[in-house]
Every structure is written in structure tokens, then in C-alpha cells.
Design a protein around this ligand. Sequence first.
Ligand code: SAM
Length: 281
Amino acid sequence: MKEINSKETGTLYIVATPIGNLEDMTLRAIKILKDIDVIAAEDTRHTLKLLNHFDISKPLMSYHRHNEDVKTDILIKELKAGKNIALVSDAGTPGICDPGEEVIRKCIEEKITIVPIPGACAMINALICSGLDTKEFVFMGFLPLNKKNRKEKLTEIENITKTVILYEAPHKLETTLKDLKEILGNRKIVLARELTKIHEEYMREDIDTLIEKAKEIKGEMVLILEGAQKKEENHLMTLSLEEHYQYYQDQGLGKKEIIKQIAKDRNVNKNEIYQQFINKK
Ligand code: SAM
């Protein structure tokens, strides 16, 4: 398949790169990087190592948070002049807590074609192996450092009933966990660290337990939090087991379904609930 366009205006390729394991570089990413004219990279020295590994030799230009404005204009000019450009970040998918948004928005305004070249993304891989609900989730990036903004974001998270994903740096982990505990209370949390690398690990705990271990935890990490309990579920927690059973019975559920539902609401094993209602018709 011929990938690179030869139209008058170039195309911007958003190319994902590995988040640790170089074998996660896709064949298509290699092909595109070999075929385009210029690579815009977050850190050119870092990207050069990747290019050398795959025997790719291309002109590099830097595109990072602090020059996004100026460099976006230059990229647009080059694209309009017919150059095909690949945007890469230091690791993973550009635009996800990495530069990219601005040039992408500008390309849309200027009717320049943008093509994603999919690959690694830390938050998606952390989520799929977390064991938490993957049907609906909210990615919240990094928590802000500014006290007021941080409090606002934490308060927003407090009420999200879907799985919440956060990025965090190891030296800020303990503080972040303590802040999460203060606003959210104790909750199920999964810490996924060093994804795709030798020391890849998933710590499926609650916030309190992770706080105890925080000082020892090193490497790159993603935090995945169980969503807040829905208001109705919260109300169910205040009921006795009998009342809880009655609540579902009134809704027309059969014994098996009721037990399954109660176990889910209370986050306990089904058998535990079954034992309580063993003689119930
Ligand atoms: N664009 C990247 C992506 O697609 O995941 C994210 C870039 S962001 C600047 C860096 C953060 O991503 C790290 O602080 C960490 O939270 C997460 N991260 C990146 N690589 C990781 C890895 N191998 N294991 C766990 N988390 C990782």
C-alpha cells in the first residue's frame, strides 16, 4: 500500500513510539519515518537514538512545549510547501500529555491531512491490565501542582463514577496518594509501573496500602482508580443485608441475581453473600 501522499500539500503523521520496549515500534511507524521528509520531535537527541536503532536517517526539528507556538507556524509552512512530516514524542502517543494538540488543531484549520500511526500509549495499556472497569473511563492526565487547581481537579475526580486514569512521576507519588486519600477516601487503586520494561509490575491495592509502600516505588507509573460509587449504591451501603436483599427483590430480581448484585455493590465474594441467604427461597 502506498502510504505517503504526493499531493501539493503535505500530510502530518502522528507517530506513536515505544514506551520502553523497542519491539513495540510498529512496522508502519518505521515505514512512515523512512518515507517522510522531516521528523518533528519533542527531544531530538532522544529520538535520534530511536532512529539509529531502526536505521532511519531523516532531518529532525525540535517541537516541544516551549516552542510549540513558533514551531507550529514553521510546520504548517513546510506542510503547505508539500513536505510530509512525522510528529513524534519522547515515548508513546503524541498529544497524550505530550505536545501535538496545537499543530493538529492548526492543520485542521488549514485543511491539512493528519494521519495517526497507532502504537504504544501508557494509559491504555495500564487500564486494560488493571482489572478495573474498562467499559467507561476518564483520563485526567497529571494532577496540577498549583494548590487551588489541584484541589479542584481532585474534587472533580471525587464524583466521577467511571474508572479514572492519572499519570504521575515517582517522586510525587506519596504526596499524590495522600491528596487522593484526603478527598476521595480509601478506594481501590492500581499502580501500573515500568510498562513494557523488565520491571513491569501491577500493584492492585487500596490507597492506604499504596501510601505505606510509596517510598519504595520507583520508575514510570500510571494510577488507575476505581470510580466513585453511584449515589444509589452509596445509599445501598447504609442498608442491612436483609434490606439490601429486599431492595432488589422489590425490583423483581431472582435470588441468584440478587446475590450477585449485592456482592458487587459491597465488593465482596458472591459466596459470602450466598452463605447469608442460603435458606432463603
Ligand atoms: N505520550 C505518552 C503516552 O502515550 O503514554 C505519555 C507521556 S507523559 C509526558 C509521561 C508519563 O506517562 C509518565 O510520567 C508516566 O506517568 C506515563 N508513562 C510513560 N511510559 C510509561 C511506562 N513505560 N510505564 C508506566 N507509565 C508510563
